[in-house]
Design a protein around this ligand. Structure first.
Ligand SMILES: Cc1cc2nc3c(=O)[nH]c(=O)nc-3n(C[C@H](O)[C@H](O)[C@H](O)COP(=O)(O)OP(=O)(O)OC[C@H]3O[C@@H](n4cnc5c(N)ncnc54)[C@H](O)[C@@H]3O)c2cc1C
Length: 461
């Protein structure tokens, strides 16, 4: 198919951009790997479950209802279950390559004059002894089970790690009937309060979660960490301990919390694969954009958490501005954003910077990682092997990968890269993956033959 604008990612950023551009006469195709639009924040229950009150699992439902109504009004072609593995420049714009459905084997292409990347971010989990036991899930994973599958991951949960995601996950699990044994947050509340002014806008939301947790009598252990997940063939409990002011475990403070679920999260990282393949400049680990959300590649815009982790309201604002900028570009008019939107973006970015500074994993988390702890789950590489690579002279995560295979498996380092970087002291750098998703060889071969008919007549090479 051919369209003016292809938006990749139907979360808050992609939805806001698609609607802003479509309402200004732009033909939009909105692609997402998920079975329904909404992204992480507005993740919808599977249609077959027939959820009677999906809003019970969400907040800011009115905003979602407004976005949904915008999509229902037409003007945006919604292409769900489109797993985009690559986008490339053509003589007259761009082609987006996707794989369809849950099987991800059948290819599809969308040709577009311009592109918006709104692919969001993904969770980081750092390794610790026992983290590969069944029963240990990411905090966002536990929430996705609840929101998308209407199921809970277990009966008794500990929610641990660091960052603002822990509160909604714990509150959601408690409201769904899970006994939450504790929220274990490694950051000291006193440290978070230092950023009070910049975080003032987040306080009502945090207070709402805190009230819900109090109502369910959920203990909140600040400046504590999980040092070990315990169990033989599945999780039966965790060992938690207090941290000192330097982020080291305080000896003698260990205690046991029985549980069948550990929901853990240490922050988030942006998805940048598609931008990297297109040659967009990155600013550290995020896609660099200008005031109009344009990347430095002409015809490519980016908005939402691919440009920096910042929360749904910031994604909505950036998406809206990107949609307006794209419409102005395609229609040959001036970009004239509402000053309030520009002010909101500035304020929300300041607050996102403060959140990032306020919450970080404990400085000495690697001291808890025993040599036999598996770090790369896909290739089963242990912390001992990763540390040995450092001693052999590896100075970057790519060399560690070549020496140990850590990051060479199915997830291509998305899970283990922060752990490998922390254990070796190497900087965490963009991974430069040519494809955003695994692609069957048959799909690549068929594409090659289509582009080179002469070679296909000669047979496979
Ligand atoms: C697991 C998880 C749970 C979260 N829970 C909360 C919460 O409880 N409360 C809160 O305030 N914030 C939460 N957040 C943060 C919040 O969801 C984000 O701030 C917000 O959704 C960001 O919006 P976005 O549009 O930038 O990206 P997202 O909402 O992440 O949307 C990106 C979309 O892009 C799609 N996508 C990515 N790559 C591809 C590809 N290659 N092909 C096709 N589609 C692709 C994804 O399927 C997704 O739908 C959570 C984030 C995560 C990752």
């Amino acid at each position: 198919m051919r369209t003016d604008l292809a938006v990749i990612g139907a979360g808050p950023a992609g939805l806001a951009a698609a609607l802003a551009a479509a309402s200004r006469g732009v033909h939009v195709a909105l692609l997402d790997a998920a079975p329904a639009p909404g992204g992480q924040f507005y993740r919808q229950p599977a249609a077959a479950l027939g959820a009677g009150r999906p809003q019970a699992l969400h907040h800011q439902w009115r905003t979602w209802a407004r976005l949904r109504a915008g999509l229902d009004a037409g003007g945006v072609q919604v292409l769900t279950e489109h797993h985009v593995w690559c986008a490339e420049r053509t003589s007259d714009g761009f082609v987006v390559h996707a794989l369809l459905g849950p099987e991800q084997e059948q290819p599809a292409e969308v040709h577009a004059t311009v592109l918006l990347l709104a692919t969001g971010g993904y969770e980081t989990v750092l390794p610790f002894p026992g983290w590969t036991l069944p029963g240990v899930v990411t905090a966002g994973g536990a929430q996705a089970m609840l929101k998308g599958g209407l199921v809970v991951p277990g009966r008794t949960a500990v929610v641990a790690g660091t960052g603002p995601l822990l509160l909604p996950v714990a509150a959601g699990l408690a409201a769904a009937g899970v006994s939450v044994a504790a929220v274990v947050e490694s950051t000291a509340l006193r440290h978070v309060m230092r950023y009070g002014t910049s975080l003032a806008g987040k306080l009502p939301e945090a207070a709402g979660y805190a009230t819900r947790l109090l109502r369910h009598r959920v203990p909140f252990l600040a400046r504590h960490t999980v040092v070990r997940a315990r169990g033989d063939d599945r999780l039966t409990g965790v060992t938690v301990a207090a941290l000192d002011a330097h982020g080291r475990v305080r000896p003698g403070t260990e205690r046991q919390l029985p549980c069948d679920t550990l929901a853990v999260s240490h922050g988030m990282l942006p998805h940048t694969d598609l931008a990297e393949t297109l040659g967009c400049r990155l600013d550290g680990l995020t896609v660099a954009v200008d005031e109009q959300q344009r990347t430095d590649v002409p015809g490519v815009w980016a908005a939402g958490e691919t440009t920096g982790i910042g929360g749904a309201p910031l994604s909505l604002t950036e998406g809206h501005l990107a949609g307006r900028s794209i419409a102005a570009h395609l229609k040959g008019t001036a970009f004239a954003p509402a000053p309030a939107a520009l002010r909101a973006r500035r304020r929300l970015r300041t607050s996102a910077d403060a959140l990032r500074a306020a919450f970080a994993p404990p400085a000495h988390w690697t001291e808890q990682v025993t040599d036999d702890t598996v770090v790369c789950r896909c290739e089963e590489v242990t912390a001992g092997e990763v540390r040995a690579a450092r001693h052999l002279g590896a100075g970057d995560t790519r060399t560690v990968k070549l020496l140990t295979r850590a990051g060479m498996g199915w997830c291509q380092g998305r899970m283990c890269a922060p752990g490998v970087a922390g254990l070796t002291g190497c900087p965490l750098t963009p991974s430069r993956r040519p494809f955003a998703r695994p692609v069957p060889l048959g799909v690549l071969a068929a594409q090659h033959n289509e582009r080179n008919p002469a070679s296909s007549e000669e047979g496979p090479s």
